[in-house]
Design a binder for this molecule. Structure first.
Ligand code: GLA
Length: 402
């Protein structure tokens, strides 16, 4: 991750935009003049592992993400290149593959397919070049960022007047139906519907949302990436999804009116403890308590009491470690170190866990102090530095002035 001090106030740095646009011209000669778009990544502050259980989540978009330069083509072909990944991927718009290619191009290809089925016909081809400044695999949703960014830019080339939420639906369809990841709904909503200076309160059961003001004068969001990337992360994530599904099937017999695990009560959990067994009981206990913590966190923010949100984040981390079992020593070390800093309101692992990054809510102005403390503790334990960056709650996808 680039250094916190290198970041601009919202949006991608101009050097990054210039680099993506000039690479696009170089690697796609002879196409029309490019337009450029930015789609942010996201960090989730509360509501860990609640989206696929029907609970509410509280993410923010961040001012790191994907830059897309795109030009129309008259030959009916789609062509994708990237500064971050290798290869040139070219497809005939009239005969897009129905099977994944197994490369990064599956994301933009999935978007093109989803958009075609959404709007009927694709008028013309397009040449895309992608770049960006989101670390991959840190839990900051690089996949939703590239999907929403591609959707937004392809719609512009095709002259389609789509709403922000249409891009979210297209991104979800691409990831679920083409790339083949059964992701929850949080990531594309967090990226696609973000509003600068706000967190998104998203109720995943019935997809209701509102924007909750984030006091950027007083608060900063600090993300510390452990650098740990686990091969097991995807299969463990799917296992948690399955465990929650099984727990709900049992608990629903006790509370038939509940339509998802997030709606089940602690009483039902107590009544079914034996049938659930220890593992499913722990998973369900995390989910049910996290619902309450996330509501308290929103209240705290609304009342201008960030310490309430911070406290819920610390409790959430303890639960993710002990009950949901998705933490690791590197993440725990960062949260413990942050717990000793008075400038930190609270923090927890973010994203799916099993490595990746922690998110902290801190007093604005204390970024360098907190960074130094986290680095010191982490270095002592693991003999290397975490990658620390500071964010403000950023806006959603946008076209960039060239
Ligand atoms: C991953 C998934 C999200 C969500 C989080 C856990 O980041 O992509 O949909 O389930 O894990 O909160």
């Amino acid at each position: 991750m680039p250094d916190a001090r290198e970041m601009g106030p919202g949006g991608p740095p101009s050097e990054l935009v210039s680099e993506v646009v000039s690479q696009q011209a170089e690697r796609h000669p002879g196409v029309g003049a490019p337009r450029a778009f930015f789609a942010p990544g996201r960090v989730n502050l509360m509501g860990a592992h609640l989206d696929y259980n029907g609970g509410a989540v509280l993410p923010a978009a961040i001012d790191r993400g994907t830059v897309v330069a795109v030009s129309p083509r008259s030959d009916g072909r789609l062509r994708f290149t990237s500064s971050l990944e290798g290869g040139e991927h070219e497809f005939d718009l009239a005969r897009l593959p129905s099977e994944r290619t197994g490369t990064w191009a599956d994301y933009p290809l999935g978007i093109a397919r989803a958009m075609l089925s959404y709007v009927g016909a694709g008028p013309e081809g397009a040449s895309f070049h992608f770049g960006g400044n989101l670390p991959i695999g840190a839990g900051l949703s690089s996949s939703a960022s590239i999907c929403v960014g591609t959707s937004r830019s392809l719609a512009s080339v095709w002259g389609l007047d789509l709403e922000a939420v249409d891009h979210v639906h297209i991104a979800l369809a691409a990831e679920r139906e083409f790339v083949g990841v059964q992701c929850g709904i949080m990531d594309p909503y967090a990226v696609g519907l973000a509003r600068a200076g706000h967190l998104l309160w998203l109720e995943c059961r019935d997809v209701r949302f509102e924007h909750v003001p984030f006091d950027s004068e007083r608060l900063s969001i600090l993300v510390a990436d452990t650098g740990v990337r686990r091969e097991l992360a995807a299969s463990e994530f799917n296992r948690r999804v399955e465990e929650c599904r099984q727990a709900f099937l049992i608990l629903r017999r006790e509370e038939p009116e509940a339509s998802c695990l997030a709606q089940v009560s602690m009483d039902a959990l107590g009544a079914c403890a034996e049938e659930l067994g220890p593992v499913l009981s722990r998973r369900a206990a995390h989910v049910i308590a996290e619902v309450g913590r996330t509501s308290l966190a929103r209240e705290g923010l609304r009342e201008g009491r960030p310490e309430v949100l911070g406290e819920q984040m610390m409790d959430a981390h303890a639960s993710l470690r002990g009950l949901y079992e998705v933490s690791c020593p590197e993440l725990d070390c960062l949260v413990e170190a942050a717990g000793r800093c008075e400038e930190v309101f609270g923090g927890r692992l973010t994203g799916a866990g099993f490595g990746g990054a922690c998110v902290f809510l801190i007093e604005r102005g204390s970024e360098e102090v907190v960074r130094a403390r986290l680095e010191e503790s982490f270095r002592e334990a693991f003999d290397r530095d975490p990658q620390v960056a500071v964010f403000q709650a950023a806006g959603g996808p946008s076209e960039l002035a060239l």
